[in-house]
Design a binder for this molecule. Sequence first.
Ligand code: NCD
Length: 311
Amino acid sequence: MSHPSKHLLAIEGLEPPHIADLLDLAESYALLNRSGKTQRDLLKGRTLINLFFEDSTRTRTSFELAGKRLGADVINMSVSTSSVNKGETLLDTASTLNAMQCDLLVIRHAQSGAPALLSQKVDAAVINAGDGTHEHPTQALLDALTIRRHKGSLEGLIVAICGDIAHSRVARSNIHLLTTMGSRVRIIGPPTLIPADVARLGVEVFHDMKAGLKDADVVMMLRLQRERMSGGLVPSAREFFRFYGLDAEKLAHAKPDSIVMHPGPMNRGVEIDSAIADHPTRSVIGEQVEMGVACRMAVLDVLARRLPRNR
Ligand code: NCD
């Protein structure tokens, strides 16, 4: 089934075959990357602009690498959040980008909905690399690919997503993807960090780690996103770790072969204990980064197929 849109703005709205196609293609890119080969003719003559209004290490670098591995000309534009009036700048930026005849535009922005707004103003295919607390679709794809490689399928798995759900676009995209693909999703966190309407998304809510982790196949930890919190939603990092930080004792409640994930950047000792983050068999955090490049190659490939012919 071909991708339903010119853009990738969200996971919400994609159907199982759309997701499965992207994951299958990403799997083939993962194998290509491991073999050391490239496919530099696919995006030859195309321009990809990385437009990041928020900090990023993994996402920006992996889009850059993905674009380069497929032969695109890649430009990184870093924009500081604090110095600009966002609405005005976005629209000004849109006309600049149009004048540059960019083909693929990767955008990260602190405001939910910014990529969707931009997609109405530019000719390029727009990829959401994280918007506010809304979505981060390529993160959910790379997480799903990593899970699939370990568990074979997403269907019927118990996936526990833990910690700061309220501020996490990663959680939101993962909830949409995993429930669409038939996983049983559990959300675990303190009431202050769980959105009131989250059960509407088809997840089970827990406030106790031991109960929520029981028999889980996948344990996904999230960063405590203090930059998005306006008040004291969490008493202290130490207390948060005691109740919600993943350590060996809490992980013992999940299945013995469960995998541990984290999108990064990690706050070691706050949401995850170092011994678990670096665990040689249980942690798949490094593999998530590797799959990030493969998934972004798949997304660029699929969207490039819908672009007008090369100039
Ligand atoms: C995430 C993000 O930016 O949403 N990071 C990432 O893309 N790997 C999660 C986070 O910032 O905690």
